[in-house]
Write a protein that binds this ligand. Structure first.
Ligand code: ADP
Length: 234
């Protein structure tokens, strides 16, 4: 019975996922189609500034589509263990600081406080970048207005990193599921596909690390990551 329940839940998640993804694909496609049709109309001429504005929207929405499709493909490859990783000794503190710098350029009002020791981990830096982009973007999306605190400390042979916000948090009944593929907390306004945290977890597991979440409604959410340290940087 419990297997049947699991299978049903997975099927339901997949159906929800298909409707979410079709909606998520349609929105940018709608913009691209609408603005290009407008630009191509024979009966109207647009000044250069307006043309540029429309083209920028088309450009951004095309990037959005690409990112979405990449996420879907990547999650399938992670699921089937066919995503190649390129492990190199990497400065995790620099990787995170780069992500933070880029985020601050885009979201000037978001306060991000970082405190990290300089350590080397054996990592695929592109994939680790993706994890921190995901966690930070989630905090911006689901905990709007909250500062984001990123901390790291060495615990024996591991680096323990936390990404915390003071947002609305996640109710206890959802905590066990948020790393599942396609899982989204029902009834929230922000859009998404439920793939981000699944991708984070698979990448962390490939690094022989751990990821887990602690959260209390109305207090905030803390994502925890443990990564094996290669060596300290003097
Ligand atoms: P998506 O953002 O596409 O829905 P994710 O896998 O990144 O997918 O996140 C899964 C769910 O976890 C989200 O739908 C959201 O409900 C919840 N979540 C993630 N990060 C936070 C956060 N910082 N605060 C509150 N809820 C969060």
């Amino acid at each position: 019975l419990s297997q049947l329940d699991d299978a049903r839940r997975t099927m339901q998640l997949q159906q929800d996922f298909i409707s979410t993804v079709s909606h998520e694909l349609r929105t940018p496609l709608g913009f691209i189609k609408g603005y290009s049709t407008t630009l191509l109309r024979n009966d109207t001429t647009w000044d250069l500034a307006t043309q540029r504005e429309f083209l920028n929207i088309i450009d951004e929405e095309a990037d959005h589509l690409t990112a979405l499709i990449e996420n879907v493909l990547e999650s399938a490859r992670l699921q089937s263990n066919t995503l190649p990783m390129n492990f190199q000794p990497s400065r995790i503190d620099s990787i995170i600081r780069d992500v933070v710098m880029r985020t601050q350029l885009r979201y000037k009002d978001v306060k991000i406080i970082v405190s990290l020791p300089a350590v080397l981990v054996q990592a695929d830096s592109v994939r680790l970048t993706q994890i921190f982009e995901n966690l930070i973007n989630n905090a911006i999306k689901y905990a709007p207005g909250s500062p984001i605190l990123i901390n790291g400390k060495q615990e024996r042979d591991d680096l323990h990193i936390t990404v915390a916000d003071h947002g609305p948090g996640i109710a206890a009944e959802h905590l066990a599921h948020i790393f599942d593929r396609f899982y989204r907390v029902p009834g929230q306004a922000a859009s998404g596909t439920g793939l981000g945290l699944f991708i984070c977890k698979q990448i962390i597991l490939a690094h022989k690390g751990r990821i887990w979440v602690e959260s209390a409604p109305d207090e905030g959410t803390i994502f925890n990551i443990l990564l094996p340290i290669r060596q300290n940087v003097k």
